[in-house]
Design a binder for this molecule. Structure first.
Ligand SMILES: [Zn+2]
Length: 192
């Protein structure tokens, strides 16, 4: 398994590298929310000029807060931001969605079919999950996953959820979209 490669590589890494000791408070007093897309690995930090210790990086599928979690305490993103703000000194937030996101399919029907087929093939009954979690139908399943139509709109919505969260103080929250192929940032909504 790949984990064995990690462990082998890591032996050399710790022998060859001596990391400077730095504190756990983000130097730039900022939290950056983005997607878990593997194409963002390494490229994301380089495109923003970020170094180890600069910011908190929060990654969720789609850089989104799914609709069912937009109010109340369910959102793990809001929980992480609360830790960032109240315990780690975060004073500014940026939500950075990206082009060609897997959660924003060109054809939602194809995504729905692949989801159902994949769940069934892996031994998870989608219908049982829908009933158990009172998701009503397949659309409910897609809402739970956080599937969206338009990345710009989604970034705007997530920015608004964070700005209006009763669990967070008023602080600047920006919305951006990064081009997954070039790394170019587009400002969607700049706070004050
Ligand atoms: Zn994505």
């Amino acid at each position: 398994m790949i984990i064995d490669d990690f462990l082998t590589y890591n032996k050399h890494f710790v022998q060859q590298k001596s990391l400077p000791h730095i504190g756990h408070l983000p130097r730039k007093h900022m939290a950056v929310i983005t997607c878990m897309d593997c194409r963002l690995v390494e490229m994301f930090e380089q495109a923003l000029g970020l170094e180890r210790g600069d910011v908190l990086e929060l990654r969720t599928a789609g850089a989104t807060i799914p609709e069912p979690e937009r109010s109340g305490l369910e959102s793990d993103l809001i929980r992480s931001l609360a830790v960032g703000v109240y315990l780690l000194g975060v004073q500014e937030v940026a939500v950075i969605g990206h082009t060609e996101c897997g959660l924003s399919p060109k054809d939602p029907t194809i995504l729905t079919t692949s989801l159902i087929t994949s769940m069934q093939a892996l031994g998870v009954d989608p219908q049982k999950l829908i009933e158990q979690e009172k998701l009503a139908n397949v659309q409910g399943l897609l809402r739970w996953l956080g599937v969206f139509n338009n990345v710009h709109m989604n970034v705007g919505q997530v920015v608004n959820v964070i700005r209006n969260s009763p669990y967070l103080p008023k602080l600047p929250v920006h919305g951006l979209v990064i081009d997954i192929n070039t790394g170019k940032l587009e400002l969607v909504d700049r706070a004050g």
